[in-house]
Design a protein around this ligand. Sequence first.
Ligand code: C2E
Ligand code: CA
Ligand code: CA
Ligand code: CA
Length: 277
Amino acid sequence: MARRARRGHQCYLEGQDELHLRQLTLVRDLQEAVTQDQLTLVYQPQLDARTGRLSGVEALMRWHHPSLGFIPPDEFIALAEHSGHIHRLTRWMLNKVCAQLHVWDRQGCSLVAAVNLSAKDVTDIDLPARLRACLAEYGMGPERLRLEVTESAIMQDPEHASRQLEELRRAGLRIAVDDFGTGYSSLAQLKRLPVQELKIDKSFILKLEESADDEIIVRSTIELGHNLGLAIVAEGVETTAARALLERLGCDTLQGYLISRPLAAEHIVDWATHHQA
Ligand code: C2E
Ligand code: CA
Ligand code: CA
Ligand code: CA
């Protein structure tokens, strides 16, 4: 009699169980992901908006799970953070990026790489030493890395995060606030943060040419950022109209599918030579 209702309920539970099982499997397998070479990095070109030249790349992690296939980073990074695996992943990523920069150097292509840090990384007291060691191993200066940290990561523990970011900044690393506009940091907090760049979240950029509101938000963010001495990066640039508008508004750096999808490391030099006018 109450069958239908029960079935509905069961479905819900089954859905929950499935999700839970997937998460447990992923957390279990994260350990091996690093040691068994299941992780890779792809690199998305970033352009200098004024010259149209390649100014850097953002390193983005990919996980090809042996049975579950491609796992989106938004999914496994969150799981890695909650399960304590994130430090291992970040260590692997930083090493890989520095090694790759070194390879590109030898191919005559000297680039700056933006790397993503999670909330746990930002407050990890070993991070500055690890970054120094990584750069030193490949004989590279701190200006070769840009650290991208989200507003929400900083705001989880603002005091600790600010102190740590200050130390990194003094060591010569560039720091960008990622996904800017999606968090709740006040202007006062922003002014106190030791950052050099704001990366406007792609949710404001994707429909920029259709939305008067987004245009106002982007225009004021660029103005505000510039007045505070910060460089502005736009991500999610998908159309020529959005690109033209961002150029007109004085945005400093452009990143998005219009310019390029994230690429395998071996395609970056080729891409750069074909896109340098
Ligand atoms: P994010 O740092 O905001 O990275 C930008 C995301 O936007 C990337 O997704 C990128 O592929 C995507 N994207 C770039 N251009 C466009 C565009 O024109 N249109 C649209 N719709 N999307 C665009 P991805 O690679 O799936 O990464 C998702 C998130 O996973 C990243 O967001 C970042 O938060 C996290 N992530 C990726 N790699 C790492 C990593 O090595 N460490 C940490 N902690 N997080 C990472
Ligand atoms: Ca990022
Ligand atoms: Ca972002
Ligand atoms: Ca994001």
